[in-house]
Design a protein around this ligand. Structure first.
Ligand code: PMT
Length: 397
């Protein structure tokens, strides 16, 4: 994915420097050539040898180590970089660049590069929230430097708040997205639903379905890679959340409805790949239902049809995409759903076909448009299908 890409990775002196090792390893596995520059402070946390072994390239730490070469070195790396990632970026390093200070190899090279620079700040919460740091971040953003916001959580210093370096996978995903040639969804908010809802019967049992979330998660991952602001509303799954995606976990259809309605107001595009239970038990037993007679009758009541409601409140220019999981009469049923729910497009899958539908890595879909066109996609991975769907949605944007 990152073949032929040169990434210069700046590691500044913070405890999160240990996470930079995994970031380098993951980027390397994706085919990138990684050149690490460490500040002197960073070498107190991780040795240059670790980065040299993981990246397979020499690690630069001191501008004056090789006096004959340094001038060439920082310009060479600055010019060579397709992307510059600084992780962790300390308050000190951010402050230096914001104030035009270039007094070590890392700050000098950042100042000399024309490549996109991504800072991933990590520091104590009070430091991060300090108005001086915030002003520096704001100022650098206005010059085009980009920031991967730190996460909120328990920090190494024992304080809870913003300042934690995001997980390496999320940072790598952001790098992949930044280097992806297709950035056609920048500035668009996409709400995607994935997985199945579960409807409780009692404290230990529920009615569910076979959705794994793979289809919706693939859509979320690829939309984020193409620059979209993605909100993923997901039923229970074992899948990791894709990087750069805001995940809202829900269990029941009612919870999904609440999340979808609250997120959809300012959404440009809504894609409903989730398998939502049409009915739920009318009464949820407070205690585990005891084994009694030969049969057990459970009365179900209707769940809200979220997509139908979205179609009714749809804003002008909002794009609404549904999925249809069918076992018979695929096209007619999907067409009917598209019309009834006021959709722009519906992705229909015959879930009885081998390699299609629930809990598979592949799918076989037909894409139906509101103008009557129907496109048949051959069996392909859910990854590829999601890319195709995103290409098709561009026709409406
Ligand atoms: O998750 P995977 O294992 O990867 O499987 C993918 C998938 C099979 C779940 C996916 O490809 C798919 O077909 N999703 C839609 C499943 C479904 O519930 O289809 P439906 O025909 O019952 O519903 C039609 C549309 O209305 C769907 O977009 C659904 O999200 C929506 N709906 C349905 C019922 C309801 N109460 N509210 C809804 O919003």
């Amino acid at each position: 994915m990152l073949n032929n890409k040169n990434i210069v990775m700046g590691v500044a002196g913070g405890i999160a420097a240990y996470k930079a090792v995994e970031i380098v390893s993951r980027l390397k596995k994706l085919g990138a050539s990684i050149h690490v520059i460490m500040t002197a402070a960073a070498t107190n946390f991780v040795t240059p040898l670790t980065f040299r072994e993981i990246s397979g390239n020499p690690v630069v730490t001191d501008m004056w180590d090789e006096p004959k070469k340094w001038n060439v070195e920082h310009i060479a790396l600055a010019t060579k970089a397709d992307l510059f990632l600084v992780a962790p970026a300390t308050a000190n390093m951010i402050g230096k660049i914001a104030n035009g200070i270039a007094d070590d190899m890392l700050s000098t090279t950042i100042m000399a590069t024309k490549a996109p620079v991504l800072f991933a700040p990590a520091m104590n919460s009070n430091m991060f929230l300090n108005p001086i740091v915030q002003k520096n971040i704001h100022e650098l953003s206005t010059y085009g430097y980009e920031f991967i916001p730190p996460e909120h959580g328990m920090l190494a210093c024992g304080v809870e708040g913003p300042g934690r370096l995001p997980e390496p996978a999320a940072i790598v995903e952001r790098v992949v997205a930044r280097l992806s040639p297709d950035q056609d969804y920048v500035g668009r908010k996409i709400v995607i639903t994935a997985g199945g809802t579960i409807e409780p019967l009692d404290p230990v049992r529920y009615i569910g379905n076979r959705s794994s979330g793979k289809m919706g998660y693939a859509l979320a991952k690829n939309a984020a890679r193409r620059g979209a602001n993605v909100v993923l509303i997901s039923g229970p799954t074992s899948l990791p959340c894709p990087g750069n995606v805001e995940l809202i976990k829900i269990e029941t259809a009612a919870e999904m409805r609440q999340a979808v309605i609250s997120e959809s107001g300012d959404a440009d595009i809504i894609i409903k790949a989730a398998a939502v239970a049409d009915y739920r038990p009318q009464d949820v037993a407070v205690h585990k239902i005891k084994k009694a007679g030969e049969t057990l009758t459970i009365t179900l009541e209707k769940n809200p049809d979220i997509l139908l409601e979205l179609g009714q409140i749809k804003k002008q220019n909002q794009i609404l995409i549904g999925f249809a999981a069918e076992t018979q009469d695929l096209v007619n049923n999907a067409q009917e759903k598209m019309k009834k729910k006021n959709l722009d497009m519906i992705v229909a899958n015959n879930v009885t076909l081998p390699g299609a539908g629930f809990n598979t890595d592949t799918n076989i879909v037909k894409i139906l448009y509101k103008d009557g066109r129907i496109e048949d996609l051959p069996k392909m991975s859910k990854e590829e299908i999601s890319k195709n769907i995103l290409d098709k949605i561009r026709e409406f944007c």
